[in-house]
Design a protein around this ligand. Structure first.
Ligand code: EPU
Length: 322
């Protein structure tokens, strides 16, 4: 365990925003969670956080370990919450376990994959999560949750409804021994997929075409959630904008493309202050060079107002603004 005082959080958030935390506790596998006083912020990979000011409390995070301690039984793999998610995807394919290939190149950690129920290209973490082991900061004990108890939904879980309460230590994924490609997502049509490795490589390449290179520009991936609307709203918009992509019909309703709405509203490639809208993907806000959290927040608010005005649709950030 490492405890650092008055430390910059720049390396701990993918937007690369330079704020300070009063204290940072970095845990490694096997460490006990120390007593924590005052305000506590649990941080995963920091790939979904926008800091607007210094944090006057204790940030708790798990060491990002590339090869974590695994417990593998049959096709169930238990991984350290601080492990980089993409390393787990790679590891699983190397060990003949399939399913996670569609989640290739998603930023963030294994722990965050459960909190956020990360998803891409027709798969979501919840499709594979068997259970989650967490430390409950309120009750001060370790506890375990089944998939059902996690109450997963689109970019959502029970953990999001109790912010800063559960520190996710381990996630157990139930994978497949046989590779059955999941090509349900439209953009995957025609991609090489003979092996899981090929599909992973194709997906990785496709993602990187649309996202800024982290070493060049910080970002939080998709900044907004895709809005879910009722059928009447979808029909109204589709009649008015025939070029709008088909909505994806989910159990919650019709999922529109936030990226398209922002693009169509004319925001793609624009900057405001030192924050910008990525020229190749309007769903991604990025750090155009030393930006502050307030600049990101102002840009996000301007986009939300404009999309509301033009389409009467409310965009909700996927990223958390602190
Ligand atoms: N589009 C535009 N302009 C843009 C961006 C998108 O017209 O600037 C259109 C695309 O042409 C397409 C549609 O919008 O017709 C949807 O775009 P895409 O297939 O790229 O996916 P998305 O809905 O924008 C979601 C996830 C991504 C995930 C992809 C692929 C959310 C908020 N985002 O994006 O997740 O990788 O699907 O499955 O659900 C993330 O959460 O950080 C993330 C990257």
């Amino acid at each position: 365990m490492k405890i650092l005082e008055n430390i910059s959080l720049k390396p701990y958030n993918t937007f690369g925003i330079d704020v300070k935390a009063r204290r940072l506790v970095l845990l490694e596998p096997g460490d006990d969670v120390p007593p924590l006083e005052g305000e506590v912020l649990l941080l995963g990979g920091g790939s979904n956080m926008v800091f607007t000011k210094d944090y006057d409390g204790t940030v708790v995070t798990l060491a990002h370990i590339h090869h974590s301690t695994f417990n593998i039984q049959h096709s169930k793999v238990t991984a350290w919450g601080g492990m980089v998610m993409d390393d787990l995807v790679q590891w699983s394919l190397d060990h003949g376990l399939y399913g996670l290939e569609n989640l290739s190149a998603i930023p963030g950690t294994v722990g965050a994959s459960a909190v956020q129920n990360v998803g891409a290209y027709g798969a979501e973490a919840k499709d594979f999560i068997e259970s989650v082991e967490a430390y409950d900061l309120k009750e001060r004990c370790r506890c375990s949750f089944s998939n059902e108890e996690c109450r997963f939904a689109y970019r959502d879980s029970m953990f999001k409804h109790y912010p800063n309460r559960y520190l996710i230590l381990y996630v157990t994924y139930h994978l497949h021994k046989e590779y059955v490609p999941n090509l349900s997502y439209k953009a995957l049509e025609g991609l090489p997929h003979d092996t899981a490795r090929q599909l992973r490589d194709s997906i990785t390449a496709m993602r990187w075409q649309k996202l800024p290179r982290p070493e060049e520009h910080g970002s939080a991936g998709s900044f907004f959630k895709n809005p879910v609307v009722d059928e009447a709203t979808y029909r109204r918009l589709k009649a008015e904008y025939p070029d709008m992509p088909e909505a994806h019909k989910a159990s919650e309703g019709y999922k529109l493309s936030a990226g398209w709405l922002i693009d169509r509203a004319g925001w793609k490639g624009r900057t405001q202050g030192r924050a910008g809208v990525w020229p190749k993907n309007a769903l991604v806000l990025y750090n155009a060079g030393g930006c502050t959290g307030d600049e990101v927040r102002a840009l996000a608010a301007a986009i939300q107002d404009d999309v509301k005005h033009k389409f009467n649709i409310t965009l909700t950030p996927e990223a958390i603004i602190i």
